[in-house]
Design a protein around this ligand. Structure first.
Ligand code: NAP
Length: 203
């Protein structure tokens, strides 16, 4: 049994992933509004306080992080910083700070999405941070010590979010929730590192 900390574990994807891992593992959920530990991943001090209260864990899973979706011509510099601070540096800081709290042979699993490879309109910010996270994961895997692993799950539009995002993804095949869950299982319970676990068809 592992002790798994899931940031965003009450979200659309997170609640399904948490429910799965709870069957076998000790799961703690982190979030701004709800969870076993309250954390705002845009704030490094809040991340530090979360790890101080939770202590050592075997796996950290991030299924959180936001970026602003809007037409490129309307995105201000500050709008871009939303994604840089939340989805990108929020997840980087979870690893940067969290590596002191993850047990030997433990793992980090981050979340991006199909936009890194196949952007759609209005995602210059969201697609950009997803791509940056992929590069971060490949590079960080080279340097993590004590058998610590890091991967990222990149899913297409998930079935549970179709109502919210369908209009942005014309012709995309919604990804079944079990397929998305499997990406997180592969990262946490498998042995790969530096992997971008893509959960979508090539197109
Ligand atoms: N939905 C999709 O089809 C899809 C596909 C591929 C990738 N993704 C990515 O997967 C991630 C999760 O997506 P989702 O659809 O499950 O989103 P969601 O339903 O909005 O859930 C996100 C969760 O993250 C938490 N969260 C957000 N910002 C946070 C912060 N600054 N600090 C701590 N917790 C925070 C939220 O809880 P609180 O409000 O309590 O903080 C919420 O429970 C996102 O990064 C999204 O871009 C989504």
């Amino acid at each position: 049994m592992m002790k798994i900390l899931i940031i965003g574990g009450n979200g659309t994807i997170g609640r399904k992933v948490s429910a799965h891992f709870k069957q076998k593992h000790d799961v703690l959920i982190g979030g701004r509004q709800s969870g076993d530990v309250i954390v705002d991943m845009t704030d490094a001090q809040s991340i530090q306080a979360m790890f101080d209260s939770v202590g050592a864990v075997d796996a950290v899973v991030s299924i959180a992080g936001e970026a602003k979706w809007a037409p490129f011509e309307t995105l201000s510099e500050d709008d871009f910083y939303i994604g840089l601070k939340s989805k990108l540096m929020g997840q980087v800081n979870l690893v940067r700070i969290g590596r002191e709290y993850v047990n030997a042979a433990g793992s980090f699993t981050l979340t991006t999405g199909i936009l890194a490879d196949h952007p759609v309109r209005f995602t210059t910010s969201a697609a950009m941070v997803n791509g940056a996270i992929h590069s971060f994961v490949k590079a960080a895997a080279l340097e993590l010590k004590d058998g610590m692993r890091i991967n990222v799950v990149s899913s297409g539009l998930v079935e549970d979010a179709v109502d919210k995002y369908e209009e942005y993804f014309p012709g995309h095949n919604p990804i079944p929730m079990q397929k998305v869950i499997n990406g997180y299982i592969k990262s946490v319970e498998g042995s790969g590192t530096g992997d971008i676990i893509r959960m979508y068809d090539n197109r």
